[in-house]
Write a protein that binds this ligand. Structure first.
Ligand SMILES: C[S@@+](CC[C@H](N)C(=O)[O-])C[C@H]1O[C@@H](n2cnc3c(N)ncnc32)[C@H](O)[C@@H]1O
Length: 235
């Protein structure tokens, strides 16, 4: 009986994913926004429960490299805990997400930050607006042909000497829609490590730290490519 209802709910999820991926095949950002709207609170408590030593390691590296009080933009902030909250204890944070539910939770979790609800690929800022731009586990939800224009914009938004830090999926995946990321349909897209690093270097970033970091998520090992890159500028 239990097996049967499990099979049924898997079938329903698969069908829902298929319908959503067909309906929004030209708007993958809608699939992502709807998915995170459905699971914002579940994702938030999972992220807090779930140990990711890479998150801590790179947050510490950032804190060591970026002076207190710097102006920082976070892309794809999610529900804001644990990372936006920690960043906002040290920096003037502007945080962005495409999911309204994530932004609502993040506002409660981090009242001192400024929030922008939008697709990160459509954001616009003046040149040299920030000392750092960070993206924790978010790029792999945007279509990969939008990576290069976004990385170029990030480079432009940074002041000379500014820092770009990101956790990226280092796999060659043109696009994939899955039916059960925290119970919701989700869209994924990424390049392999070599191409990702090339895209980051292209606008002139110098990569000052990089490593592949693995952690076990719900019994499955996942690996992210972490980078800290610097826009050339005054030494
Ligand atoms: C895996 S979660 C990571 C959340 C948070 N950065 C963390 O470290 O837990 C990915 C986040 O990126 C956001 N996201 C995905 N695509 C986006 C886009 N195009 N623009 C802005 N945010 C996006 C999602 O809504 C989600 O909150």
């Amino acid at each position: 009986m239990k097996n049967q209802s499990g099979r049924m709910s898997r079938m329903v999820r698969r069908m829902a994913a298929r319908i959503r991926s067909l309906r929004y095949r030209n708007q993958p950002e809608r699939i992502v926004a709807m998915g995170y709207d459905e699971m914002a609170s579940d994702y938030g408590s999972w992220a807090l429960r779930h140990e990711r030593p890479d998150r801590d390691k790179y947050t510490k590296l950032l804190l060591n490299n970026l002076p207190e009080g710097s102006e920082l933009l976070e892309l794809g902030c999610g529900p804001g805990d644990p990372t936006t909250r920690i960043l906002a204890q040290h920096y003037a944070v502007t945080a962005n997400d495409i999911s309204e539910s994530c932004i609502e939770l993040a506002k409660q979790n981090v009242p001192s930050a400024k929030f922008i609800l939008s697709d990160m690929t459509t954001l616009e800022f003046d040149a040299e607006s920030f000392d750092a731009v960070v993206a924790y586990y978010a790029f792999h939800h945007i279509p990969r042909d939008r990576y290069a224009p976004l990385i170029n914009k990030i480079n432009r938004w940074l002041r000379p000497g500014g820092i770009f830090m990101a956790a990226l999926y280092p796999y060659d995946v043109e696009q994939l829609v899955t039916e059960d990321w925290h119970g919701s349909t989700m869209y994924w897209s990424s390049y392999d490590e070599e191409k990702t690093l090339r895209l980051i270097r292209e606008p002139g970033f110098e990569i000052i730290e990089q490593s592949k970091e693995s952690a076990v998520e719900d019994g499955k090992e996942t690996t992210f490519l972490w980078i800290i890159a610097r826009k050339p500028g005054p030494d």
